[in-house]
Design a protein around this ligand. Structure first.
Ligand SMILES: C[S@@+](CC[C@H](N)C(=O)[O-])C[C@H]1O[C@@H](n2cnc3c(N)ncnc32)[C@H](O)[C@@H]1O
Length: 246
């Protein structure tokens, strides 16, 4: 079946639920090759220097995460994917509730977790309709907030705020706008656009949302929901947010 193409919306809200579904279909189809992006293999290999920079900056991000009160915490992880961050969180937390819409991605995470598997409860849900029924010591979402359409950002932040215990923390990491962060055959959305085409190794194409949020905008939107947020950036690749619920 031919995939639907979406007009590149500038100010028009993305209301099409099909787009949200297409993102999930994309991750279902990508699950077995997802980690190539993180480990800079295949189409994501941008040369030795770029790879070294990637991992050096990732270590900076991980050091920020390490400083947070993860020990024995009851955590909510949104969009855990293949569990690249879940495994680390599970080594310190008491329990993690991990919410993702792609069963294929989560299947990889379950394998990766190994001895930590029992600490993680996976919930299969769409984060745009997910309503948490508990509150958590911390909420973590890695490489997820860039996939939130502009029209849904406020609802998403409101959902997070409602799931966070007073004094609880938020941690996120996402991509800065650098073309080397994605595959050689991908083109990042222009400034003001939020849709891009992603290709798989077999050539299949999907339209997904990729927003490079301005730090000030995120700080303002989180503040409106009672979360004090600090946003920093590594030199090339990553934007990191740490927040506390007032
Ligand atoms: C870029 S991956 C991030 C995975 C992981 N956090 C990481 O950093 O490697 C985005 C994740 O969002 C999930 N996802 C996409 N749309 C979703 C939705 N509407 N609801 C829940 N999860 C969704 C995908 O299945 C995928 O696991």
């Amino acid at each position: 079946m031919p995939l639907r193409r979406y007009a590149l919306a500038v100010d028009r809200p993305v209301q099409d639920a099909d787009l949200v579904l297409e993102q999930v279909r994309y991750y279902d189809a990508r699950a077995s090759e997802y980690d190539d992006w993180f480990f800079r293999n295949g189409r994501y290999d941008r040369g030795e220097q770029a790879t070294n920079t990637w991992f050096a900056e990732l270590r900076e991000v991980q050091a920020v995460l390490e400083q947070l009160p993860l020990d024995q915490a009851n955590l909510l992880e949104l969009a855990p994917g293949t569990g690249l961050w879940t495994t680390h969180l599970a080594s310190r937390a008491q329990k993690i509730t991990a919410v993702d819409a792609s069963l294929a991605m989560v299947e990889v995470a379950k394998q990766r977790l190994g001895k930590w598997r029992a600490k993680v409860e996976f919930v299969h849900a769409d984060l745009f309709t997910f309503l948490p029924t508990a509150t958590y010591d911390g909420i973590v979402f890695c490489f997820w907030i860039s996939h939130v359409p502009r029209s849904r950002l406020d609802d998403f932040v409101e959902m997070i705020a409602g799931a966070l215990s007073p004094g609880g923390f938020v941690f996120f990491v996402d991509s800065r706008r650098d073309p080397r962060s994605t595959a050689q055959d991908h083109v990042l959305p222009d400034t003001g656009e939020e849709l891009m085409i992603r290709r798989l190794d077999d050539g299949r194409e999907f339209s997904i949302v990729k927003n490079f949020w301005a730090s000030d905008l995120l700080i303002e939107r989180f503040a409106a929901q009672g979360i004090s947020l600090t946003v920093t950036e590594t030199a090339t690749y990553f934007q990191v947010g740490v927040g506390t619920r007032r």
